[in-house]
Design a protein around this ligand. Structure first.
Ligand code: FEO
Length: 395
């Protein structure tokens, strides 16, 4: 556990870094680790908002007890039941058997399914308030940000939003805990990757949450991963608003699948032609090397997406197929699309990329290019057209 920090008046941040875990949800790489946060409010009544993942720290409950300085814990508020935040609920109940667990009807179904807990439950509805004395908490149901039971807790008194996964980030807290103590650019990248990988599929539900919070003054945002936003919460609120509207930067990501280098060569050619048009934000990735986590992050970032695939058993390359399936599943919208590939016998790469286009519905900037054999200079005319058309969209 890291040293607890005062967020404001009677609100404390408690958190732990996880640098051991390789994959978040056993799927998403954690090169920079991840942090789990929760919050303790010490008022006339005391309340803990969420916990952390079980096993990350052996001293979690002791830290809570230490911070309570001999007082009992009156409420345990569960904003989200994913185990990276609910992992210590059982331990908290064991230490504080009379603690009232605050959640909604969907929360309690999972609480019972996980731990068989059916007593001391205080079910709250959307908009319901709970007074701790000085602090008045309001519960806002925000389903699917990021599971069906998810809610946020808003401290009406101090205008602090305990937001759960929303506004969170990958990356451990390396010294700095608050937004005024960190290098923003580093966390922005990890925050977008977190958003696009974990929450992005539910972007429309994030927008619904924003509508519910419209006009609500927020002085601090307290998420369960990453920095606490106490100085400039509008920064993270603005980013999430943009990302959940699927707004993107004027740049292009080119992702290719290539077995022996032909399709890679086409990718480099197209990128060069786009660069000649003055576009500077160009990224190229080999789908076989770059993890899908990064690819999704890049696609969320840039307006232009160019996908290239060699033919593989009359289909597109399996890892490209995996990426396109995931994009369909996430329902990413509003991208400018270019398609290319190469083949030596029956083809199949570009043919199936076209099916992806029909399914995802993005704007196709030019006719897809499918090059037979080695991509020699005389075969590049159509690639040039694709590059110019993409560059026009990004100017
Ligand atoms: Fe950080 Fe949905 O858990």
């Amino acid at each position: 556990m890291l040293k607890p920090q005062k967020v404001t008046g009677k609100i404390y941040w408690l958190g732990a870094n996880d640098r051991k875990k390789h994959l978040f949800e056993n799927m998403w790489p954690l090169p920079n680790g991840v942090a789990y946060s929760c919050y303790l409010i010490k008022d006339e009544k005391t309340a803990l908002v969420d916990t952390i993942e079980s096993g990350v720290s052996t001293e979690f409950v002791d830290k809570v007890e230490e911070l309570l300085e001999g007082r009992t814990l009156d409420y345990l508020i569960i904003n989200h039941m994913e185990l990276d935040h609910s992992g210590e609920i059982k331990a908290i109940i064991q230490r504080y058997p009379n603690v009232k667990i605050v959640g909604n009807s969907k929360t309690f179904k999972v609480v019972e399914a996980y731990w068989g807990v059916t007593e001391n439950l205080k079910q709250v509805e959307d908009g319901e308030e709970l007074s701790l004395g000085y602090h008045h908490l309001k519960f806002v149901m925000t389903p699917w940000v990021h599971w069906p039971e998810t809610m946020m807790t808003y401290d009406v008194t101090e205008q602090v939003l305990f937001s759960g996964d929303a506004f969170g980030s990958f990356g451990t807290l390396d010294g700095g805990v608050f937004d005024d103590e960190i290098e923003f650019a580093y966390y922005e990248e990890e925050m977008r990757r977190y958003f696009s990988n974990i929450v992005g599929k539910y972007a429309n539900m994030v927008q619904k949450a924003f509508k519910k919070l419209d006009g609500v003054p927020v002085k601090a945002v307290c998420p369960v991963h990453g920095p606490v936003w106490r100085s400039n919460p509008e920064v993270v609120l603005g980013l999430y608003d943009r990302w959940s509207k699927m707004e993107a930067e004027n740049g292009v990501v080119i992702i290719y699948a290539s077995m022996y280098g032909n399709t890679e060569q086409i990718a480099d050619h197209i990128a060069r032609k786009i660069a000649e048009q003055g576009i500077k934000k160009i990224r190229i990735h080999d789908v076989s090397k770059t993890h899908i986590s990064t690819l999704i992050n890049e696609i969320w970032r840039y307006k232009g997406v160019i996908l290239g695939s060699c033919a593989y058993n009359s289909e597109m390359f399996p890892l490209m197929e995996n990426l396109t399936r995931e994009l369909e599943h996430m329902g990413v919208k509003g991208r400018e699309l270019g398609l290319f590939g190469s083949f030596s016998w029956n083809g199949g790469g570009v043919k199936n990329l076209k099916k992806f286009h029909e399914s995802i519905g993005w704007n196709l900037v030019a006719e897809p290019v499918d090059i037979y054999g080695i991509p020699t200079a005389d075969k590049y005319a159509q690639c040039d057209e694709l590059a110019l058309a993409m560059a026009e969209k990004l100017k």
